[in-house]
Design a protein around this ligand. Structure first.
Ligand SMILES: [Zn+2]
Ligand SMILES: [Zn+2]
Length: 163
């Protein structure tokens, strides 16, 4: 009888272990699918916030030759094309103008967000560093709400500072 009880309790333990492992395995298998979707969404949110901040700092304008120096042809030094009348451009604080899309791409690729021509800072270093850190972190599925809150706080704090 004692042997039977022992056998049953052993069987019970083995069953529990088996199902725990099975559950873990299912979770691990499911993670890349659910995590992948979540990651790209998080990445888009982070990117959208970053672009919103750029927009806040240097709003998109329609290029007009009349409002800039009329004698000089202005060129977007990112794509090396001339700025055309009515194109979407950003004029930075340093007075350099670039296509909106060219500049946004540039600011996302560079480790520090600076003017492509004169290297004047466009965004504070800590925000750019945090943006890159979050973008990389999303790859490793380690992003946390805390980081998101920090970025949102940085964005919010920055716009408050400017008011
Ligand atoms: Zn361009
Ligand atoms: Zn510049």
């Amino acid at each position: 009888m004692a042997a039977l009880t022992e056998f049953l309790s052993h069987l019970y333990t083995v069953t529990i272990v088996f199902f725990t492992l099975l559950r873990l395995e299912v979770e691990i298998l499911m993670r890349p699918i659910t995590g992948g979707v979540c990651n790209s969404e998080t990445r888009l949110i982070i990117k959208a916030q970053y672009l919103k901040l750029i927009e806040e700092m240097d709003p998109t304008i329609r290029y007009s030759r009349r409002s800039s120096r009329p004698t000089q042809v202005e060129q977007c030094t990112v794509c090396l094309a001339e700025l055309e009348e009515g194109e979407k451009v950003r004029k930075l604080k340093c007075k350099h103008s670039f296509h909106k899309d060219c500049l946004d791409k540039w600011l996302q690729q560079q480790y520090w967000a600076t003017c492509p021509l004169c290297r004047t800072k466009v965004l504070p270093d800590e925000i750019v560093a945090n943006y890159h850190r979050l973008q990389n972190q999303v790859d490793y599925d380690e992003s946390s709400d805390e980081d998101m809150i920090f970025l949102l706080f940085a964005l919010h704090g920055n716009s408050l500072h400017r008011l």
